[in-house]
Ligand binder design. Sequence first.
Ligand code: BEZ
Ligand code: FE2
Length: 406
Amino acid sequence: MTIITPNYLYLNNKFQENLAVAFDKKIQAIDSLEKLQKQYPEAKIEEQQPNSVLYPGFINTHVHLEFSKNRTTLKYGSFMPWLDSVIKNREELIGACDNNVMMSACKQMLDSGVTTFGAISSFGTELEVCTQTPQKVIFFNELIGSQAVTADMLYADFLERLAESKNCANSGIIPAIAIHSPYSVHPIVLQRAVSLAKKERLPISSHFLESQAEREWLESDKGDFLEFFEKFFSTSRAVTTIDEFMHSFNQVPTHFTHAVQATKEELAFLGNKGHSIAHCPRSNRLLGCGRLAIETLIENDMSFTTATDGLSSNNTLSILDELRAALMLHHLAPLEKLASLLIKSITSNPAEIFALNSGKIEVGKDADFALVSLPDKPSSLESIALQTILHVHKVDKLYIGGDKVL
Ligand code: BEZ
Ligand code: FE2
């Protein structure tokens, strides 16, 4: 048994003083240090830096490890030139992305306090690294393929990758399904994948309404995607509409990534169906996609997570860098309230969305912790979320399932 005694403890979305946590693989008790020492006289006491704050381990719900080799290759600024640059450089970037590159991407996340992440996997090449990294991984096998002629073949490939990830369930892998997007997945195989998620209770996620070009294509078969689909697929018709795509998920709560171009009505519809949103502010900025109306999610009490996306559309995989960007991007939101919601978006929200036994400091939860320290004493308990986001670049200590990994 170990007892950790932070200055401040993040408990029920608030901060409290004079509390300690006793844990082995799971959290066993939360009380004053004195009482815990009496209860567990043999326990090892962990000393902390001044102004320390104990959080549950952070959860980054959306990352593409396979693109971790990109630094300066891909073209940023707007979506279609970026997608063209991905297609042009894909083979080279993925070919150069060996296990060492992907492991250092996982390490970047560890340093920023991430104890669980959602890996969106196109090819399955990161599965081995995901079994080796200390983090828990929701392994989202991605389904792609808009063309009817190749859909069955691509679906079979997706099922094979899914089966391989199921074989790794003992190494911290949670098998899951990702739908690439409304424009790139044929409705027939989409329906099969959604039914599979429902039947096997697999987590499911999908990119959705990321760019203006996507919206225009799905609404009117026009815009930048018309040229793209004519060139690569000799087609001038989208395979689905926004409404049809959203309705495909009616029975299965889904984590929709981006939704920057969704209307208020569409967001309300998704919220009413029990879906949630992954917000990737830096990716959206770099690909010229716009700003997610986070205030609409807040008004509708819709659950959202904040995530980094991959290094194909970001400069770092630090979840704390991502929260700093979100804090600045949503410049009209009340500051301390936004900071508090952002901390929730990488702790209890993703844990609830994906039914993880983590994301909260609570008896019985896994002992996943990110211990950080502020540079000085915070002026109030209410300011700690904000001051954490502003000042913390690297965690002091990190625990996963009670093991100290940093
Ligand atoms: C497809 O496989 O159909 C596809 C992939 C990427 C972008 C658009 C379509
Ligand atoms: Fe993504």
